[in-house]
Design a protein around this ligand. Sequence first.
Ligand SMILES: [Fe+2]
Length: 252
Amino acid sequence: MSAPNLTPFRPEIAGTQPDYAANIYGSTALRAPRHAPVRIAQSITETTGPQFRQDRYPGNPDISKVPTGEAQGQRIVVEGHVRDEDGKPVPHTMIELWQANSCGRYHHEGDQHDAPLDQHFQGSGRVFTNAEGKYRYTTIKPGAYPWRNHHNAWRPNHIHYSLFGPGFATRLITQMYFEGDPLLKYDPIYNCIPDEAARTRLVASFELGLTEPEWALGYRFDIILRGRSATPFENDQTPAHAHAHAHDHGNH
Ligand SMILES: [Fe+2]
């Protein structure tokens, strides 16, 4: 067993994360801190765990069906890599997923949107990256749904992601969107990320090579977690496109 890597993780890159309070995203006012965060030194707690092992947390890489039948909707496969800011793969890390069904409704009592439920779609899954940091799962494309942020507000198609990565300081909760979605330009959650390149990194790309004939469309979605501060830069000169931190958007 190797010694734990206690090197701290880098701070977030300005502009790649949404503000805690965003005027265009109403409910942030209810939960945003009113005081500036207090920076604490990263200790063994934040740099080495928690670790979720696949043998203890069984994966569920195909949420397009349940034992009693298949979900309605457009079947898709999603594949990508999880890497850190230095381009190193993040192996054997847990990814949790949740999403609305193909009609845009969550399998949750809190969702009373007037759209049908699907008895064959539970809407949550769990996958792990392999030794090369690659993950893959099968689902159905989620539908858009209305929310009450403003008049005629609709969320774009999206899948929620949760990752811990190698340490708690790399914790990432984000959303994956779909290339070409006309709702993106109207979505306050997507648009409250200041940096345009950072926003764009949340959009999965359609890929014919991942598409399986007669079966499912393929999308690619790569994720970049914080890297270690092992290389001391006076200024962080890592190219902006190398950062794909995203954002905590609650459950919308
Ligand atoms: Fe959502």
